[in-house]
Design a protein around this ligand. Structure first.
Ligand SMILES: CC(C)(COP(=O)(O)OP(=O)(O)OC[C@H]1O[C@@H](n2cnc3c(N)ncnc32)[C@H](O)[C@@H]1OP(=O)(O)O)[C@@H](O)C(=O)NCCC(=O)NCCS
Length: 171
């Protein structure tokens, strides 16, 4: 997949491979306060490889998205159980941001989630994280609710979600 037209950079997307672990963990540490053990990354790769995607530019990994497929309460309405794709972590190295990489990673994960029978995508995002909130809104996710003091430092999260499979209407 190519990068944004008109930009000087071109990136490609591919599935995460075990050799990428160190690079992905490094991007995670640079970009986010929520960090995880190598086991945590590898476990999600082994269970859900289609939704663990990296972006590469000139053989350098510049971003990643890592997801978990879950069965639980639907994010829409009050009742019902749904299969959901949960974006556990997404990040793009600062010097590669704002070039379409994050949106492309999200779109690729959303495209692949139905392979695991997921019907919704959801995620938590810091309420102060305007770049990420804007990106998710642009991709059609909506704010469902605010989770008070969701993060370890006390910040609130927005729960954002989108249906991946449109509800059939009419007869
Ligand atoms: C959030 C993040 C992944 C976005 O990645 P990105 O590659 O820069 O995003 P894109 O270039 O695909 O931008 C897509 C849209 O997001 C919004 N956006 C991205 N960066 C933005 C910024 N700095 N300010 C405002 N809106 C922004 C815009 O709507 C943008 O579309 P546009 O460029 O056509 O206006 C990146 O900023 C990042 O890694 N941040 C640190 C880690 C993080 O916060 N992860 C999310 C945790 S929930």
């Amino acid at each position: 997949m190519a990068g944004k037209q008109g930009m000087q950079t071109t990136f490609t997307l591919r599935q995460f491979k075990p050799n990428d672990l160190e690079h992905v963990m490094n991007i995670n540490r640079i970009c986010l306060p929520e960090n995880y053990s190598p086991y945590f990354f590898m476990d999600l790769y082994e269970r859900f490889p289609q939704t663990f995607i990296v972006a590469e530019q000139e053989l350098e990994i510049v971003g990643y998205i890592m997801c978990r497929i879950e069965t639980g309460m639907t994010s829409f309405g009050l009742f019902g159980i749904s299969r959901k794709g949960h974006v556990v972590s997404i990040a793009v190295l600062p010097k590669h941001q704002r070039k379409g990489v994050g949106a492309a990673l999200m779109e690729n994960a959303m495209k692949n989630m139905p392979q695991y029978k997921a019907k919704e995508i959801y995620l938590e995002v810091r309420t102060s994280n305007t770049p990420a909130v804007n990106m998710y809104k642009k991709l059609g996710l909506q704010i469902i609710r605010r989770n008070r003091r969701y993060y370890a430092d006390g910040e609130d999260a927005y729960l954002m979600a989108k249906r991946l499979v449109e509800k059939k209407t009419g007869s």
